[in-house]
Design a protein around this ligand. Structure first.
Ligand code: ADP
Ligand code: MG
Length: 300
C-alpha cells in the first residue's frame, strides 16, 4: 500500500481535482484506491456526495470528524474503517477489481484541529508532551489496521495549512504530491511547504527515535490549469514552471490543462473528469498520463 499526501500551502491550485482524478484513474486500472478528505472545506467529499445527501446521511456519524473525535477522547482511538464510503456513480463505472473509496470530511474539522493543538499545549506543538507521538501518529496507526491492507493506493487531500490534522496526514505518508498553478503565489508556497515538512520530519523523528521514524519523499509538483495558446502553454506559465526548476523540487513532466467545462461540471455529475463518458479526449489523456507518471514515481 502506498500512501500519498496531496498538499500545497495555497488553496484553489487543483489539489482536490488532482486527488479525485488520480484516484479515479488508478481505480479504472483495477486498483483499490482509498481517498481521505482532510480538508474542512470538504471539496473532495462534495465531488462525490451532494451537500444535501452529505448533511442527511454522513455529517453526524460518517465523517473523519467523528474519528478525530475519538482520537481526542480519553477512550482508546476508534478504528477508521467504519468511516469508509464507496461513492456510487464513480464505482459503477470501474472494471472488475477496481475500487474508489472515500473517507468524507466535515466543516467542523477546524475545531478539532484547535483541540488537538490545545492537547499538545498550544500552537507551538511542544515536543515534551506525552501526547506528541500518539497524536501525530494517529492516522498512520489507523491505516496500519488489517482492514486497509487490501488497498493499493491511499491519497490524502490535505487542507492548505500545516495544522495538526494536516500533520497527521504527512506523518502517515511515504509520498508528497504538490499541485500548483503556474503563477507567482502558487510557486512561492512550494518552498515554504518544503521547509515546514522538513521541520515536522526533524521534530517527529527526534521524539520517535529509536522507534519508527518518517521520511516522506517528494514525488513532485504537478502543474494544473495550464492555459494554452497556439499549441503551447502561454508564456507566463512557462516562466513559473521554470522558476520551480530553480527550487530543485522534482516536477512532473505531465501537466493538466485548464478546461472549465469538464472540471467545472464534474462535481454535479459526481464523477471525476477522467471518468466522465465521451468527455474531452485531450484532457482525459493528460489525466491518464499523470496517473502513469505517478505510478512510475512512487516506484522509484
Ligand atoms: N484543470 C482545470 N481547469 C479548469 N478548472 C479547474 C481545473 N482544475 C481545477 N479546476 C477548478 O478550480 C477550482 C479549484 O480547484 P480545486 O481542485 O478545488 O483546488 P484546491 O483543492 O487546491 O483548492 C475548482 O472549482 C475546480 O473545479
Ligand atoms: Mg481542495
Amino acid at each position: 500500500m502506498s500512501i500519498t499526501s496531496v498538499i500545497n500551502y495555497k488553496g484553489g491550485v487543483g489539489k482536490t481535482t488532482v486527488t479525485a482524478n488520480l484516484g479515479a484513474e488508478l481505480a479504472a486500472r483495477g486498483r483499490r484506491v482509498l481517498l481521505i478528505d482532510l480538508d474542512p472545506q470538504a471539496s473532495l467529499t462534495f465531488s462525490f456526495y451532494p451537500a444535501d445527501e452529505w448533511e442527511k446521511d454522513l455529517a453526524y456519524e460518517k465523517t473523519i470528524l467523528q474519528w478525530y473525535g475519538s482520537v481526542l477522547s480519553d477512550e482508546p482511538t476508534g478504528p477508521l474503517h467504519p468511516y469508509v464510503l464507496t461513492p456510487e456513480p464513480a464505482n459503477a463505472l470501474l472494471p472488475e477489481g477496481g475500487r474508489l473509496d472515500l473517507v468524507a470530511s466535515h466543516l467542523g474539522l477546524v475545531d478539532v484541529d484547535l483541540d488537538i493543538a490545545a492537547a499538545l499545549g498550544g500552537s507551538r506543538f511542544q515536543h515534551g508532551s506525552p501526547h506528541f507521538l500518539p497524536l501525530h501518529r494517529a492516522l498512520a496507526d489507523a491505516l496500519a489496521a488489517e482492514e486497509f491492507a487490501g488497498y493499493d493506493d491511499v491519497l490524502i487531500d490535505c487542507a492548505p495549512n500545516f495544522t495538526m490534522v494536516t500533520r497527521t496526514g504527512i506523518v502517515a505518508s511515504e509520498h508528497i504530491l504538490t499541485p500548483a498553478r503556474p503563477d507567482y503565489l502558487s510557486t512561492l508556497g512550494i518552498d515554504y511547504l518544503r521547509s515546514k515538512v522538513s521541520e515536522l520530519v526533524r521534530d517527529f523523528n527526534r521524539v520517535a527515535a529509536p522507534g519508527p521514524t518518517i521520511d516522506p519523499q517528494y514525488l513532485g509538483v504537478v502543474f494544473t490549469m495550464i492555459q494554452y495558446a497556439a499549441g503551447g502553454p502561454i508564456n507566463a506559465s512557462r516562466n513559473y514552471m521554470k522558476f520551480t526548476d530553480s527550487l530543485e523540487v522534482p516536477v512532473f513532466r505531465q501537466t493538466v490543462r485548464e478546461n472549465k467545462t469538464l472540471f467545472g461540471t464534474a462535481g454535479e455529475r459526481r464523477l471525476p473528469a477522467v471518468l466522465v463518458p465521451n468527455a474531452n479526449e485531450t484532457v482525459q489523456h493528460e489525466l491518464r498520463q499523470l496517473a502513469s507518471e505517478f505510478l512510475a514515481r512512487t516506484r522509484l
